[in-house]
Design a protein. Structure first.
Lengths: 248, 366
């Protein structure tokens, strides 16, 4: 299932916002094809950590290597990494002035230098996979939240990424729409995509994750297989967190 | 057993709330006090409009080209019609005004189609009117090439000078404003400081003093033998001044774009310039269309200030003509004509911008 070469390697990463120490000595190695779910209370640094992987946030100490490329100040390297890493956001962040199809073809055309016709074929392929090809000519403002998030996933997939990052993809959605997004993500996971997913959807974690990571106060507190993580948490902080999110 | 939820059907609104009757009942005569107020205000408007129309249209003099033909009590439009060439072309040689007419025609041909929904080459025509047209227009008017007689800029004047100043100002200040706005938000301290300095400098001085500086002071500092055309100096002054205002308007738009848009574009691998061009600026500029058009209209009207450095725009030619003693007191006619010209152009700009806003509307924002 997983090969030896790590897709992502994070070594002793530290990050500060001004004087505030957000991430403390984070170490994480993600193998190719591995699916990782990251959870933790708000403010624990989980979003910040995955945003460091495509350099939406800059780390101040330690090392991050993505696909064999180490992230440094070098803009070329950052662009190389971003080409291979897709990301979905909590608030979708579709481009409201572009149609759904144009949202999906923007990256392939301008970053991958793909001819327009080919990019449109690719876009339609992925829009079909997320089951909304009929919305291709609409604008993001005309779609529901769940549909927008599925477009956002398709938009990332159009870049043919090796790694997908999800930053709380379902937390801004109405309950009725969460399932349609999770279904797409489960499908993606089953196809062997390397995925890092910040989410509180524990059902999703149990179903697809190879490893669950629990973060608090900017540190990785516990990491384990979903089975062990949910049934036999080691750390008191993890136990408290789990009792709170499962308790209701 | 479960119940089935059936929504009630939609019904049309009651007929008394629709149409002219419904509208005036609701807006003009909703209470006795409102009815009285509506009638009183109606009377006041009528008593002002009737004499005005009488003066401007019904008792006005249209025919003739001499002061003696103005016999009726109303406006003496003969003054305007007899001086129309001067108002439009300034001191441009009469036998060569076809060159200016040709430019007007090109201008109209490249802008009128923009008002039609289904014209196919709109984008190309738009690019032409911003790049090719000014160049062609310059050579047509200035001459000196293709056997066209050169015409010095001190003979340019009237409406066409006004349009030229406004057009160059608008076409140049928008891109410069975009660059300045981006620079002011740059993370590079040198660039940011330079842009802030430039914007605050030009925004902090009145346009009149800019024009004075350009026409009177600048030549003093230039070495002997180096001189720029006066019109050129005025154009540069106006452009710099308006770019500073434009930059601030556009910066407002840039600030309104949520951070997520930048992040999504960056995560996709778009570099800074592509991100700005493809994602941020299209949204930001659309947001601030009212502000941009506001600046355009202000610029259009501010061009009249070139009068004080001895350039004769349309207002200058009108002012020059009403001093002619043989026509008597025709200042009202002259100024009304100049105001009407300005209004027509400014109103067209305004209408076009509203059309553009509607066209670029993309459903509800998130």
């Amino acid at each position: 299932m997983t090969s030896n070469k790590p897709a992502i390697e994070i070594v002793d990463m530290n990050k500060w916002y001004g004087d505030f120490h957000v991430l403390k000595d984070v170490n994480l190695t993600v193998a190719e094809g591995e699916r990782i779910v990251i959870c933790g209370p708000s403010g624990s640094g989980k979003s910040t950590m995955i945003r460091c992987i495509n350099r939406l946030e800059e780390h101040q100490a330690g090392k991050i290597v993505v696909n064999g490329i180490e992230l440094t100040e070098d803009l070329k390297r950052i662009d190389e990494v971003r080409k291979e890493v897709g990301m979905c956001f909590q608030h979708f962040n579709l481009f409201p002035h572009l149609s759904i199809l144009e949202n999906c073809t923007l990256g392939p055309i301008w970053v991958r230098k793909m001819p327009k016709k080919e990019a449109e074929d690719v876009a339609m392929h992925f829009l079909e996979r997320v089951k909304i090809p009929e919305q291709a000519d609409k604008y993001p403002g005309q779609l529901s939240g769940g549909q927008q998030q599925r477009v956002a996933i398709a938009r990332s997939l159009c870049m043919n990424p090796k790694i997908m990052l999800f930053d709380e993809p379902t937390s801004a959605l109405d309950p009725e729409m969460i399932k349609e997004v999770l279904d797409v993500m489960v499908e993606l996971a089953n196809e062997g995509m390397t995925m890092l997913c910040v989410t509180h959807e524990m059902g999703f974690a149990k179903m697809v994750a190879d490893r669950v990571i629990f973060m608090d106060e900017g540190q990785i507190v516990e990491e384990n297989t979903p089975h062990e993580f949910f049934d036999n948490p080691q750390n008191d902080r993890t136990k408290l967190f789990l009792s709170q999110i499962i308790g209701h | 057993m479960s119940k089935i939820f059936v929504p009630l059907p939609d019904l049309p609104p009651p007929s008394s709330t629709k149409g002219i009757v419904g509208w005036s009942r609701e807006n003009l005569f909703s209470t006795p006090l409102n009815s009285v107020l509506s009638l009183v205000i109606g009377l006041i408007v009528l008593s002002a409009v009737i004499p005005l129309l009488n003066w401007a249209l019904f008792s006005a003099n249209w025919a003739g080209s001499t002061p003696e033909s103005c016999t009726a009590t109303g406006a003496c439009w003969s003054f305007v019609t007899s001086r129309l060439d001067f108002f439009i072309y300034g001191f441009f040689p009469t036998e060569l005004t076809w060159r200016v007419d040709l430019v007007f025609l090109l201008l109209a041909l490249s802008f009128v189609p923009q008002f039609f929904e289904r014209f196919p080459y709109k984008a190309k025509l738009g690019i032409f009117s911003l790049t090719g047209l000014p160049i062609i227009a310059y050579f047509l008017i200035a001459g000196g090439v293709f056997g066209l007689d050169p015409i010095a800029t001190n003979r340019w004047g009237g409406l066409f000078l006004t349009l030229l100043l406004a057009y160059v100002g608008i076409v140049a200040s928008l891109p410069i404003g975009v660059v300045l706005a981006l620079g002011r938000r740059s993370e590079m301290p040198v660039i940011r400081t330079l842009c802030i300095g430039f914007i605050e400098l030009w925004r902090g001085v009145p346009l009149i003093s800019v024009l004075f500086m350009a026409s009177v002071m600048l030549p003093l500092f230039l070495p002997d033998g180096v001189s720029f055309d006066k019109l050129m100096r005025a154009l540069v002054g106006i452009t710099m001044f308006q770019s500073a205002y434009m930059a601030e308007v556009i910066r407002g738009g840039l600030q309104a774009i949520p951070r997520g848009q930048y992040e999504a574009a960056a995560a996709m691998g778009l570099n800074y310039w592509k991100m700005m061009r493809l994602v941020v600026l299209p949204q930001a500029l659309k947001l601030v269309i009212p502000g941009i058009v506001n600046t355009f209209i202000a610029l259009f009207k501010d061009t009249t200030l070139v009068l004080i450095i001895g350039l004769f725009d349309i207002l200058g030619t009108v002012q020059n003509s009403i001093q002619d003693p043989k026509w008597g007191n025709v200042s009202t006619e002259g100024y009304v004509f100049a105001a009407a010209c300005f209004w027509v152009f400014c109103f067209s700009i305004s209408r076009y911008s509203q059309k553009l806003e509607r066209k670029l509307h993309r459903g509800h924002k998130r």
